[in-house]
Design a protein around this ligand. Sequence first.
Ligand SMILES: Cc1ncc(COP(=O)(O)O)c(C=O)c1O
Length: 363
Amino acid sequence: VLLNPGPVNVHPSVREALAYPDVCHREPEVAELIAAVRDKATRVCGGDEEFTSLILAGSGTAALEAAFASIVPADGKILILDNGHYGARLHGILTVHGIPCEHLEFGWGAPMDLDRIDAALAADPAITHIGLVHHETSSGLLNPLRAIGQLAARYERSLAVDAISSLGSEPLDMRADHLDWCVGTANKSLEGLPGVSFVCARRSALDALADVPRRTYYLDVHSHYLSQDRDGAPLFTPAVQVLYAFDRALDLTLEETPACRASRYGALAHRIRAGLEARGFELVLPEEQRANELTLVRLPDGVSYSQLHDGLRQDGFVVYATQPEYGQVFRVANMGQLTTDDVDNFLAALDRTMATLSAPALT
Ligand SMILES: Cc1ncc(COP(=O)(O)O)c(C=O)c1O
């Protein structure tokens, strides 16, 4: 049972879709598949006909690098809002590509201060874009996308979000959140398999990229837009079988609806958190900052992450470490086809693991 923040346990029909027969990616059935996946990804983002999505081969970071390297014009500048490992990654991508960037840091695991964002936008009219991570997966902190979208609209700046670990299980809507760019991936809350990612965007913003310098060959968003949208064909060889699996996963997401999935994940997270607290574990973030998908937990004194991980792993459960900046902690995610029985069995496995460790009693 995977309690790491993606890849996740998938529905059997998603795994079965991988076994689609061998196929040439330039044949009509693959063109239809790509068109269907683009349309469903856009709908998951709440996009209507003014929006579209481009599918890329590669993990979430491929689509992130594509978006953030492609969207800022030569005379533009992007404000990066950073409160964790993935916010820092956005800044890293811009630095690698030499794109002018203002780096607003709040501290890892600290909430974003809207007044500071407001002041940064007011102070620098050269800023054309704003970028942030929706769910900062390194800590489990959910950032206030809607409020930041309102600031972006007020200052008329273009907003780009890394929604890699929130899309499908947190409220997100291209129009209501004033988003021009949204990056997602298959293998987290959308419950597909790793290997494909995507950028959902406003069509007018995509058209405007014609005037932006091309900074990457493989990941240039405008080139993928022309190829997939105008020519109806992939630019390069797509991960065809993984796309069939993603298509099935998107059907399941749209059938369940992101709102109901948010409730399902929220209830699982609540069960995990209540079980952990009842056992004396300390949850790091205050309740109002926690996302539906993940819980950051302090390790008890005298227990190392590897002891905890290895004990649970022997019992069939995979938990996850996080960056050392957060201290002695571990992460428990609840994305994917997880059931309440899985959660109860995890808590029982945790009791067995803790009993084998020489930790002092927690409560
Ligand atoms: C918010 C966020 N951004 C980016 C990534 C990177 O995704 P990938 O490992 O698929 O490249 C992750 C992965 O956990 C993530 O949670």
